[in-house]
Design a protein around this ligand. Structure first.
Ligand code: TXA
Ligand code: MG
Length: 348
């Protein structure tokens, strides 16, 4: 692929107008959403989808999410829309919820990775909404990272991965949520969560009744229904191990392991919460947030995984962060980054 000049622009009316024009002409523009930065392209243009896959190095059977700025545009790209979808749209759009439907003719197979269904989301970030409108209403946007790397939560992450491969990056500062949207398959009854996110199972069930969890994201060895969830993802270069147990067990086990690694000439990193960080004796200890502050933990997760890549550690230990709100999304992403290596402190 020829290297292209990537313009990095702060948010301004003019930058957004120009970015909208770039998208209309089939170009690629990365922009902030409330979840993570997205790599925008015209969702109704097959060539733009091809360019998106090439820039990310993403397998072309992994479908893109179509972003809209107005609920009335939903029926342009989706059909057989159940009434529950409108209930969810009223409650959670604009916001971190993606819904899957049968697609209409207007959506090219390139955008949906050859599938007859389409994923649709209305983001809440004002920059995203403005850009979608200026681009004509339909913007496909996967996370703006190189395939396999952690999703970007600020513009510099996007530049690190995609500079020279896309036309423009709109810098809107750090994102608010930090993990990607909840994906719900509305083509099945009951609807099924294909990727956990900030809109939780409980929130969905309070709105529309029973909702399933795709077995592919709960049990190992079952193929996830969202093609993107089957890849090892969000992975730092060092081996990442999640350690479960009581606080005392975890700190002691990690400290013993760090000591062992030191003797072998290997460097150890730790992902800890505010309350426990000082108890670790490792080469690098990063604080992810307060123990019960799921919002901070979600916001800092991908940035920390990227930071470790620059810090030359050989093994990273992370505490487990459970909780039933955002906790499911955090553990899902952390689990994927660790290739599902979760070890009990007593077995470390
Ligand atoms: O928060 C988000 O959703 C971000 C921001 C930029 O909006 N976007 C995002 O897109 O995370 P991406 O492409 O990184 O992840 C989309 C996921 C993939 O796992 C993909 O396989 C799944 O959605 N997906 C898309 N269309 C689908 C479909 N028709 N059926 C099943 N899964 C689908
Ligand atoms: Mg992604």
């Amino acid at each position: 692929m020829d290297k292209i000049n990537t313009r990095l622009e702060k948010v301004s009316e003019q930058a957004l107008t120009e970015a909208g024009q770039v998208l209309k002409e089939g170009g690629l523009v990365a922009f902030p959403t409330e979840t993570v930065y997205g790599l925008g392209a015209n969702a109704l243009n097959e060539d733009a989808a091809v360019r998106t896959y090439a820039a990310k190095g993403r397998p072309s059977d992994n479908p893109l999410i179509v972003h809209i700025a107005d609920v009335k545009h939903l029926a342009d790209v989706a059909k057989d829309i159940p009434e529950e979808a409108y209930v969810l749209a009223r409650l959670f759009w604009p916001g971190p919820l993606t819904m899957i439907f049968q697609k209409t003719e207007r959506v090219p197979m390139g955008t949906t990775g050859g599938m007859s269904t389409v994923a649709v989301r209305m983001p809440s970030h004002p920059v995203a909404l403005s850009l979608i409108r200026k681009a004509g209403g339909f913007v496909s946007a996967p996370s703006a990272n190189t395939s396999g790397r952690p999703s970007p939560t600020c513009a510099s992450h996007v530049m690190d991965d995609l500079c020279g491969k896309i036309d423009m990056v709109i810098d809107g500062g750090e994102v608010e949520i930090g993990v990607e949207s909840t994906i719900v398959d509305m083509t099945v009854a009951p609807p099924s969560i294909l990727r956990p996110g900030a809109v939780t199972k409980r929130m969905l069930e309070e709105a529309i009744g029973a909702v399933d969890m795709d077995p592919g994201i709960v049990r190992e060895g079952v193929r996830p229904k969202a093609p993107g969830m089957k890849y090892r993802h969000y992975a730092p270069k060092a081996k990442l191990v999640i350690v479960s147990g009581t606080q005392k067990e975890v700190t002691e086990a990690v400290n013993r392991a760090a000591e062992r690694h030191k003797q072998e000439g290997r460097r150890t990193g730790v992902i800890a919460c505010m309350q426990t960080a000082a108890k670790y004796r490792a080469d690098i200890v990063h604080v992810i947030g307060g123990q019960d502050d799921e919002k901070a933990i979600a916001r800092n997760l991908y940035g920390l995984l990227r930071k470790f890549d620059e810090e030359d550690v050989d093994v990273i230990y992370s505490e487990a962060f459970c909780g039933d709100g955002l906790g499911a999304a955090i553990m899902n992403r952390l689990g994927k980054a660790a290739g599902h290596t979760i070890v009990k402190a007593s077995e470390l």
